[in-house]
Design a protein around this ligand. Sequence first.
Ligand code: SF4
Length: 160
Amino acid sequence: MYKARLFATRYSRLYERFYAFSEPIILNIMRIVSNISGGRLDGLMTRMEKASKGFLFDCKMCGNCVLSSTGMTCPMNCPKTIRNGPCGGVRENGQCEVKPEMVCVWVQAWEGAERMKNGNKINDLQFATDKSVQGSSAWLNILKQREVQAKEQLTVEKAS
Ligand code: SF4
């Protein structure tokens, strides 16, 4: 939803605070539900993420969320899905060259980042999207990554 996306950019600092507060709660709830249900409710949680983030950010469910590094503006709304800054075609008035009726996603991202406490994360280099996780839950993917990291850490500790 385009208007909601613009709103998120305008109030990116507020969204940043809310996200910092709610992320651990959301992830813990999802971890518990996923464990108790043996993964049977993962699909439902993915649909809930799609609905909520779709409404708030026009989320395209790339499976690898970088909102907090892009001024609370979803870079997957760029028609070229560029995740590291604008292409060379941004119009002088800041509009997109592919969709002239839309402000360039990266103009929005930069404005949003300037309002955020940790907005300098916009300078971090983002990897290209992993197509194998397209359509999956970014939150569940974070949990899976943390699980793998914890296991690797345990292996290292046992070996030393
Ligand atoms: S999960 Fe991907 S598509 Fe969805 S809001 Fe985050 S960056 Fe955008």
